[in-house]
Design a protein around this ligand. Structure first.
Ligand code: SIN
Length: 498
């Protein structure tokens, strides 16, 4: 399978370290598979400890001169990178779709979404203000200035292979940090293409370094970064167990951490809601990337008096979704990323049915050859599914399903649904629909999440602070707060001024 690129050289097979494209020191390679067909799409480096160390050496060597540049100089390079991302939008979208599986329209949207972080932080690079503090003692001047933390290690997921790298690289570089990165084993090609464009934009050698690695070798790479005291920060998007591991293991060198971890988002529909708007909001938020996002609703709570009408409308919309490979322009739901993902969805659906759920629509694997019309295709498809009569004894009430499955729970009172919504260790996103202004403020106030969608299912924006509470992690990406995670504050006290 090839991605029909205008610029084939955007498909990189090697690591980028210190301004050079290099194979893994061991010479090992990792196959990248198209999840729509099961076919191998390309090979990249399967890196190990030596590559990880070389990346830190390069990032550390580049740090001094990068941080010494003015914010405006850094901004100019980021703006050039932003322009190149936009100029290569179609190729980048095709790479995303081929290795990740999402429909092309979504991949095009992801390129714009990722690019918006680069533009935003290019602008923020010139605005890293400090404070001049009114002196408590005469004859002194007190100041607080912001400094880059140093070398940042970015570990990124497969579900948004471009946007998640962009929203970590851009603030790090804007703040004056240099970066070592490891993209997800399933989707390294988008990240490598993005780095190729950064090289073309003129980012100095060593400012961005990237190594790809298989699932098996990833711990070797990450352990080097965890142990190296020159790495001053880790930024990670992925699962809560891995986030906890990184927090524990980075304690030895007390690194700064940003952790964007798992969610178990509630989506609440009150009886005073605009039901059509709520169904629309759920479709947008739940089926983005086929349900493979950390913020997508995992538990849908509908108030008893509107429950049946809501389930009916939802069932109609979900059964009309078109499942297919990205190579079909009409596809709305692509394949799951790999076989393990489908197995988890199947387990959740079977468990829900065994605990009393009623299947409204879907509930089965789909044959890849049939879905794609390509004999022999071996992709990982699951039918968009709605389950009614969900209850808290089901596995899908506790764990993120990460697939196109909507379990609908019935509730009676506001107090009950707040308790149910917060009854999870996670706290990334929550959504609710209501037209009662007093209820809107009451509920938004009580939901224990970092992000709340109020009568809105599409929350993503570079101008907004993205991040969770509880076991969904800490740190914020995007917004004017996004640079803080890559900076520390230095206090300067000058005396002898009388
Ligand atoms: C994620 O799923 O981790 C990111 C989703 C988003 O940026 O909206």
């Amino acid at each position: 399978m090839h991605a029909n690129l205008t610029r084939a050289e955007l498909l990189r097979a090697h690591n980028y370290i210190g301004g050079q494209w290099l194979p893994a020191a061991s010479g090992e390679q990792l196959a990248v598979v198209n999840p729509a067909t099961g076919a191998i799409f390309a090979h990249v480096a399967d890196s190990g400890a030596a590559d990880a160390l070389a990346a830190v050496d390069a990032a550390q060597a580049a740090f001094g001169s990068w941080r010494a540049r003015s914010g405006r100089e850094r901004a100019q390079l980021l703006k050039r990178w932003h322009a190149l991302i936009l100029a290569n939008q179609e190729d980048l979208a095709r790479i995303i779709s081929t290795e990740q599986g999402k429909p092309l329209a979504e991949s095009r949207g992801e390129v714009l979404y990722g690019a918006s972080y680069v533009e935003w932080f290019a602008e923020e690079a010139t605005r890293t203000y400090g404070d001049l503090i009114p002196e408590p003692v005469r004859g002194r001047k007190l100041m607080a200035v912001k400094e880059p933390v140093g070398v940042v290690a970015a570990i990124t997921p497969w579900n948004f292979p471009l946007a998640m790298i962009a929203r970590k690289f851009a603030p790090a570089l804007a703040a004056g940090c240099t970066v070592v990165a490891k993209p997800a084993e399933d989707t390294p090609l988008t990240a490598l293409a993005l780095v190729r464009l950064a090289e073309e934009a003129g980012l100095p050698p060593g400012t961005i370094n990237i190594v790809s690695a298989s699932r098996e070798r990833t711990p070797e790479v990450v352990d080097v970064w965890l142990a190296d005291s020159r790495v001053r920060k880790i930024t990670f998007t992925g699962s809560t167990p891995v986030g906890k591991h990184l927090a524990r293991e980075s304690a030895g060198t007390l690194k700064k951490l940003s952790l964007e971890l798992g969610g178990n988002a509630p989506f609440i529909v009150f009886e005073d809601a605009d039901l059509d708007a709520a169904v629309e909001g759920l479709m947008v938020s739940k089926f983005r990337n086929a349900g493979q996002t950390c913020v997508c609703p995992n538990r849908v709570f509908v108030q008893a008096s509107v429950h049946d009408a809501f389930v009916h409308k939802l069932g109609e919309r979900v059964s009309a979704l078109r499942v297919g490979p990205a190579s079909h322009e009409a596809s709305q739901i692509g394949p799951m990323i790999n076989a393990r993902a489908v197995e988890k969805i199947e387990r959740h659906v079977q468990d829900a049915l065994a605990h009393g759920a009623r299947l409204v629509v879907g509930g089965k694997r789909l044959d890849a050859a049939q879905v794609s019309g390509t004999p022999g295709a071996a992709g990982h498809y699951y039918a968009p599914t709605v389950l009614a009569h969900a209850n808290t004894s089901m596995a899908l009430a506790q764990e993120e399903t990460f697939g196109p499955v909507v379990p609908v729970f019935r509730f009676s009172t506001e107090a009950e649904v707040i308790r149910l919504a917060n009854d999870t260790p996670f706290g990334l996103a929550a959504y609710f629909y209501s037209r009662d202004a007093a209820r809107v403020w009451r509920v938004a106030d009580q939901l224990e999440t970092g992000i709340v969608g109020i009568n809105e299912g599409a929350l993503a924006a570079e101008a907004a602070p993205f991040g969770g509470v509880k076991e969904s992690g800490y740190g914020r990406e995007g917004s004017r707060h996004g640079l803080d995670d890559y900076q520390h504050i230095k206090y300067l006290c000058q005396g002898g001024l009388l």
